[in-house]
Write a protein that binds this ligand. Structure first.
Ligand SMILES: [Cu+2]
Length: 486
């Protein structure tokens, strides 16, 4: 709760939005990042701490002047997407969100008729500043009613966007106005809250980033990425996501894209990097894993974690309905994988009715079946080398390869879906675009061992094949200690 005003502070701010910036600071807010202002019950712990309101306090706080990019915040980077434009009218920041059908490309090979906001699916971001007043018009160009919920954000009940509960539906063709003053900062989300299963499953979700009014040095990062995770069921050859699917999701996306169409996260060596991860998929939590680094989990659902309590991890679980901020210093140049660690989530469209053919020699089977089906080829017997298979077998229309793309060594990067690459470079003229593949310094790539190395180190590549591992209970040497302690 460090990042919002206490009731006492709100009373202290008083009226007069012009001078409110100074009042905000006087109220101790500028010191609040990662440490509550002095005198808070929270610091003493115990009963008073638990009795403090978690509602953000009274909603009628005097707004501050609108925050501007460059002056008040460094904009987030939205790979494959963009922040929603705004204008300032009478001291209020005004946005216009349009719910509409979108012809969306998950990848060059796979398009679907989705629903989204302002021509994008999962990748329109609302970006604002703590203390400012915002007005968001929502125009409904869908063939059905909708509403928008502002997930994790303190606001008056009637602005909460639950269709039928806190407001009437936004009917077809209507424009509805949401307006309130932001009393917190952090990584939040927005999504349809009418017929959620259908509308969120069709793509009506986005990140809602609120920057602190007076960021501490701790808050500032060089690269601040906004990444929305979701999952889809798109049967091969179809053009509509199946929103009633409960288990069999076959398109897993970051900001609406699958690898290799996920734009890389480009960083300069030494940059401090924040990844804001949100998950508004239907059913699955995603353990997001980074290579080459540890990161710290610095915020959960918009609430900062004090430095002393931040977990170091290489994998952060982002459950459905949650946001997680992680931060790291990109001090190791390279092309580093960042992906969901559920192996089915780094595969694209699959049929899940395959028998397990791994290790089977298909020669006899193929010869018998080919007279009936000339193009038949048993697959799966060497795993799922789908890159090569794509060259041999035709895919149904409007499908993508189960896996990624050819990498810098000519081999296939055998992952798709919830996968992207953190590209860290010493020399970077611009953050725009893809800097290409990393050129590893010579001698730093795992390559085929040469004979001199093998001879020097006494590695006999034929050794081992003839000496099976000892088995417990046999007459051979005792089984190795497996680490049990008694
Ligand atoms: Cu996952």
């Amino acid at each position: 709760m460090a990042n919002r005003l206490s009731r006492r502070q709100i009373l202290g701010i008083g009226a007069g939005s012009v001078a409110a910036g100074a009042a905000w600071t006087e109220a101790g807010h500028s010191k609040s990042h990662n440490q509550p202002p002095g005198g808070r019950a929270k610091e003493t712990g115990g009963r008073a701490y638990w009795q403090e309101s978690y509602s953000g306090g009274p909603p009628n706080v005097a707004p501050l002047a609108p925050g501007l990019p460059g002056d008040h915040y460094k904009p987030v980077v939205v790979p494959n997407g963009a922040a929603l434009p705004f204008k300032i009218v009478g001291g209020v920041k005004v946005f216009h969100l349009v719910a509409e059908e979108v012809d969306h490309a998950f990848d060059s090979g796979l398009r679907a008729n989705c629903w989204g906001y302002n021509g994008r699916v999962n990748s329109t971001v609302i970006e604002a500043v703590e203390g400012e007043r915002i007005r968001i018009y929502v125009t409904n160009r869908l063939p059905v009613a909708t509403s928008v919920h502002w997930h994790g954000i303190y606001l008056p009940n009637g602005m909460d966007g639950v269709g039928g509960l806190t407001q009437p539906y936004v009917k077809v063709g209507e424009t509805v106005k949401y307006e309130w003053t932001l009393r917190q900062y952090g990584s939040f989300m927005f999504h349809s809250h009418h017929d959620e299963m259908t509308q969120m499953g069709m793509g009506m979700i986005g990140m809602f980033i609120v920057h602190p009014r007076n960021p501490s040095p701790d808050y500032r990062v060089d690269r601040d990425f906004s990444l929305m995770i979701s999952e889809w069921a798109v049967k091969a050859g179809t053009a509509r996501p199946n929103t009633v699917e409960m288990t069999d999701f076959n398109v897993l996306t970051i900001n609406g894209k699958v690898f290799p169409s996920t734009a890389p996260l480009v960083c300069k060596t030494g940059d401090r990097v924040r990844l804001r991860l949100g998950n508004l998929g239907a059913m699955d939590h995603h353990p997001m894993h980074i290579h080459g680094y540890h990161f710290r989990i610095t915020a959960t659902d918009g609430q900062d974690i004090p430095l002393s309590a931040q977990w170091p991890e290489t994998t952060v679980l982002v459950a459905v309905g949650q946001t997680r901020n992680v931060e790291f210093v990109a001090d190791a140049p390279g092309d580093w994988a960042f992906h969901c660690h559920m192996t089915h989530h780094v595969m694209n469209q699959m049929g899940h009715e395959f028998p397990n053919m791994v290790g089977v020699n298909p020669q006899g089977i193929d010869e018998k079946i080919r007279p009936l089906l000339p193009a038949y080829m048993t697959h799966g017997h060497t795993g799922m080398d789908m890159g090569k298979m794509a060259e041999v077998m035709p895919y149904p229309p409007n499908t993508i390869s189960m896996k990624g793309a050819t990498g810098p060594f000519g081999d296939y990067i055998s992952m798709g879906g919830l996968f992207t690459i953190v590209k860290v470079r010493d020399d970077l003229a611009s953050y725009e675009g893809d800097p290409g593949w990393y050129q590893q310094p010579s001698g730093t790539v795992a390559l085929k061992a040469n004979d001199d190395d093998l001879a020097r180190d006494g590695i006999d590549v034929n050794d081992g094949a003839a000496s099976p591992a000892p088995r417990s209970g046999g007459t051979g040497p005792p089984a190795p200690n497996r680490g049990h302690r008694h």
